[in-house]
Design a protein around this ligand. Sequence first.
Ligand code: TXA
Ligand code: MG
Length: 319
Amino acid sequence: MVTIACVQTLVTDSIKDAARLLRQGELVIFPTETVYGLGANALDALAVVRIYQAKQRPADNPLIVHIHCLDQVEELVQDVPDYAWDLMHTFFPGPLTLLLPKRPIVPDATTAGSSKVCLRMPSSPLACRFIKECAVPIAAPSANLSGRPSPTRWQDCLEDMAGRVAAILKGPEAAFGLESTIVDCTGSTPMLMRPGAISLEELTTVVPTTHLAPTQTNLVLPGMKYRHYAPQAHVHLLAPGESPLAPEQSAAYIGLTPPAFVSGYTLLVHSPQEYAHSLFAFFRECDRRAIRAIYAERVSEVGMGRAIMNRLNKAAAGG
Ligand code: TXA
Ligand code: MG
């Protein structure tokens, strides 16, 4: 059992102060357009190890490295296939992460010993300015304690990580609300490992050979074998318009169709984008309200719907 030194967590608007702490080897939470990230200097193995401790993350679950410009790509990875450049030129900066062969400069601690590293260039203006100010690539998983929903607001980060990180850079609520799309670019064709805001359909318009990983329930990413995206309540998935048999006061509902039953907490969303944007904050609110059963309406698995159903299926399976 690792003990975490309790530190005073600075909650700040200052990119300069946050970046100075990170450069000193500290952990700093920062906003991105997907979810908040828990950052450390990706090239400093000692700093990176502290991410695993702070999050209580298993040491065999590698981290995404965040950059702010394409010049950093060559510094960190090698043997980049042409199709990966096509994806970067189209979707960077944005909610897309590419898995590529790493250069030796990336420590094993960052990739959990793997010879491959995940790279992402966030589009959130605050994230870009912060990464640039840090002047080093930043290793960052989602800024939640392992097993909790990813944080989409700085207040969620404080709830999970107060006393465990040096600073939280305050920003707006995450625009997308679900983690980035991850594409394995180490084979002859791109393979979608984790669905996100950049859809399979969008990826195939740029690289038509892009395909799904054999099954999304396979252990295709190290992180997938761990409990994920899980609120404390039981999550039941409903077909569109379906009602549960026994509505309860301690139940909650999220979906696009107004529910035909009364629950303690209802969140009606109006588009798949809004569903994605609200889902993790909804899970956290359910925990706060001690909701025992969550009823979530299914959506069709196209576009953003694939990412929503991926997270809902994990939550319904108990994480
Ligand atoms: O939107 C996002 O991607 C957010 C923001 C902060 O950028 N980050 C994020 O990180 O979701 P995390 O650690 O919560 O999820 C990253 C996933 C994990 O399932 C991990 O196993 C996988 O990516 N991953 C990271 N590096 C990898 C590598 N070298 N090889 C295989 N899988 C990797
Ligand atoms: Mg995560």
